[in-house]
Ligand binder design. Sequence first.
Ligand code: ADP
Ligand code: S3P
Length: 268
Amino acid sequence: MYAYGGVTIVNAVPAWLGSAMAIDLRVRVYVDICRPTEICYYQSKLVEYIVKYFMKKYNIPRIKVYISSEIPPSSGLKSSSAVSVALIRCITSRFSIYEPSIPRLAAELSRLAGVSFTGALDDASASYYGGIVFTDNLNMNILKVLDLPKEYTTVLLFHATRNPVDVDRLRRCAYMFRDIFELAYQGEIFRAMTMNGLLIARLLGYNEDIPRKALEKGALAAGVSGNGPTIFAITRRGDEGPIYEYFSLYGYTKVVDVIGVGMYENSY
Ligand SMILES: Nc1ncnc2c1ncn2[C@@H]1O[C@H](COP(=O)(O)OP(=O)(O)O)[C@@H](O)[C@H]1O
Ligand SMILES: O=C(O)C1=C[C@@H](OP(=O)(O)O)[C@@H](O)[C@H](O)C1
């Protein structure tokens, strides 16, 4: 089963209101039943937590999990949400378990496993539905899912390791992130994305000059995704050249398509 990574429109850590956009970085998960004598290990505590949840609640047998991921972990590109969503989809389909909301369950288990601050329902929903999503992570509510025009693409700069996340510092600025969320919700996606991305860069200590310069070079939006460190820019498809060249001065750079609503459902 596939799930997708994403970039951030509004980081949910400060105000619990989040928005994310799915991109074509894939996590593929496959599960199989462990033979009685076989030792099955789990790739991370997130994976172990999810498997044990299903063993306890639905009495499924011990399973081994195969993961192939294009999303670097702890990069701000939603690796944990994509792993959770793909794994839950895989287990529920393999063992015919009815789960009313895979993104909500993914978010709850990610929070309980200690890999996210709010559960990151925004990221899990983008990973599951594709497109652009808006969520209230405090009340575990998916507010809106929008399709997005295929004319846009993302340019990603993988350039650093993650700085410590000062949650208190972010939460003291909740009022600004609420305004940015409102802006995005009204449809000003790229402006909100940039305001969020530059503010997060400032608050978490990442380079602000790189996304600013990308904007000068014609990016429609730019900033830090999630809690960093990945810097991203949005351009029209075909216009990514100057940003790609500029980002390449600082590290490994990749152009990745955006994912529309429904594309997830068609892919296996
Ligand atoms: N390929 C993978 N296999 C297993 N677990 C993974 C994988 N990628 C990510 N994870 C889990 O997700 C965690 C990273 O989550 P997080 O810090 O939220 O990063 P991101 O910003 O990419 O979502 C890892 O510590 C691990 O528990
Ligand atoms: O831990 C969390 O609750 C969140 C982490 C951030 O994403 P990353 O995990 O990609 O940094 C953020 O963008 C998201 O809205 C909520």
